[in-house]
Design a protein around this ligand. Structure first.
Ligand code: 4NP
Length: 149
């Protein structure tokens, strides 16, 4: 799961998918990163943590890190939150195989529409709730597909 800062959107996507992977007894490694590295080592944004906890998916233990080229080797799928994240990650791709791993996460719930998870950083509380609902739905679809439903 990749966004810009790895303190709002991608840690929530990470936490939601990890929780659902665990609840469904799947053996899948989930992680998240930011393209910027501005917040490396930090816990998720206080407002994102509060919303996540209130809605049943605490993410206090996650820590921000920067996306690295090696992530293309470690992971089969790299979900990005918006088009800017996508172009930042694609700029690090070494070949077509790397490029093919990069997907807009909301295309899981809204196929082929290239919808973006809005960056809630500079907005109000509702933005964090909206992000939660969008990512909850998208991660439900990811789990259903993995389970072959
Ligand atoms: P995120 O949100 O990419 O969802 O983690 C942001 C967090 C921090 C900044 C921008 C977006 N920032 O500019 O510091």
């Amino acid at each position: 799961m990749v966004c810009l800062g790895n303190i709002c959107r991608s840690p929530l996507a990470d936490g939601l998918l990890r929780k659902k992977v665990s609840e469904n007894d799947l053996s899948i490694v989930v992680d998240s990163a930011g393209t910027s590295g501005f917040h490396a080592g930090e816990a998720p944004d206080r407002r994102m943590r509060a919303t996540a906890k209130e809605l049943g998916c605490p993410i206090d233990n996650l820590r921000s890190r920067k996306f690295i080229v090696n992530d293309f080797d470690t992971f089969d799928v790299i979900y990005v939150m918006d088009k800017s994240n996508r172009s930042n990650v694609l700029s690090l791709a070494r070949n077509k195989e790397d490029e093919s791993k990069v997907k807009m996460i909301l295309n899981e719930s809204n196929p082929s529409m290239d919808l973006e998870v809005p960056d809630p950083y500079y907005g109000g509380d509702q933005g964090f709730i909206d992000v939660f609902n969008l990512l909850d739905e998208a991660t439900n679809v990811i789990i259903s597909k993995i389970k072959g439903e």
